[in-house]
Design a protein. Structure first.
Length: 331
């Protein structure tokens, strides 16, 4: 039985289970179907072995149909919630589905689509039409996103470990060291970053929370070992303390941005403690403390002549050396 027909059948049962029952006309109007469809629904209910009967009511032209009261006692509550979604809720649902770019071309993407399709069966026809129109508004950028096809088992075991607070053993490709290592971890939270899926996990050996890229987990095995959630760990604070992805020792920087980039710098939050100073020539100076020394240096260099690093001196010297090397390469 198709989802739409199943929901129609359940709603019919809900109406028939009321003390007053329902007439054919009431069923047709409430369910927005023809009286012929009402007849088919009634026949289906009887075929399922659910006893229904009709009753003539004085001063009423139409008969009322009910489910036999003795049988009703054995039935669960059949009433269905009316999902009258507001416009903001509809938009939020579309945005949520669109943000699943990291799961594209995986079984998880299919599960997300199936779940939303099932939910839509319970949504009024008018709302479904609005959702169809909104699909034209929200799109997701897939360039530079990572591919998680074939990682469904890894994600499933990590999810179970997070929910059950248990450990697992992974074989992991440590990217910067370019080494394959075995680790025992206690997964805590998933998070998304620039089209990639990562997991915060406690490294069992040293009890330190680290980030692991899901696509670099080559194999995984659940362990029959409980873990304790670190009491001093705040995942939101941890994410916001890093400039990009690297979580390390904090670094304080002061950067002067040209007039061309000033508006762009002023419209974003780069750090929780950032300070932006306007200069007479239209440029701005950004001061902030964050983590990820290498990430900050790479970001400053990406602006070319539009950004001048003032502090720290060590990073400034490193940038000067690298720029000279780039010039040599281009000659």
């Amino acid at each position: 039985m198709r989802g739409k027909n199943l929901v129609q059948l359940i709603k019919t049962l809900s109406l028939l289970s009321r003390p007053q029952g329902a007439t054919r006309k009431e069923l047709a109007e409430t369910l927005s179907i023809s009286e012929r469809s009402v007849s088919r629904s009634l026949n289906t209910i009887e075929d399922l072995g659910i006893p229904i009967y009709d009753e003539s009511i004085p001063l009423e032209k139409e008969k009322r149909w009910r489910i036999e009261s003795s049988y009703l006692e054995r039935l669960p509550n059949l009433s269905l919630p009316k999902l009258a979604l507001s416009y903001p809720e509809i938009i939020s649902l579309c945005m949520m589905a669109g943000e699943s770019v990291v799961f594209q071309k995986t079984e998880i993407d299919c599960h997300i689509s199936t779940a939303i399709a099932k939910l839509m069966v319970f949504v009024p026809e008018k709302t479904r039409k609005e959702l169809t129109k909104l699909k034209r508004i929200f799109i997701s950028k897939t360039i530079a996103s990572k591919n998680y096809a074939g990682k469904e088992t890894v994600i499933k075991i990590l999810t179970e470990s997070i929910l059950n607070r248990t450990a697992c053993r992974i074989t992991y490709h440590a990217f910067y060291k370019d080494k394959i290592e075995d680790k025992e971890i206690g997964p805590l939270h998933f998070y998304e970053h620039n089209g990639g899926l990562y997991v915060f996990a406690v490294k069992i050996k040293d009890k330190i929370v680290r980030s692991y890229a899901v696509e670099r987990i080559k194999s995984i095995k659940p362990l029959n070992c409980d873990i304790k959630y670190p009491g001093n760990f705040d995942p939101v604070e941890k994410l916001n303390s890093a400039f990009d992805l690297t979580h390390g020792e904090p670094v304080t920087v002061k950067i002067r941005f040209s007039k061309n980039e000033a508006r762009y710098i002023k419209e974003k939050n780069w750090s929780a403690d950032q300070r932006i100073t306007d200069n007479p020539d239209g440029s701005v100076t950004l001061s902030m403390t964050t983590s990820g020394y290498r990430d900050v240096k790479r970001w400053v260099m990406s602006f070319g002549k539009e950004a001048q690093l003032l502090e720290p001196g060590e990073m400034r010297k490193e940038i000067e050396v690298e720029l000279k090397e780039v010039l040599e390469m281009m000659r």
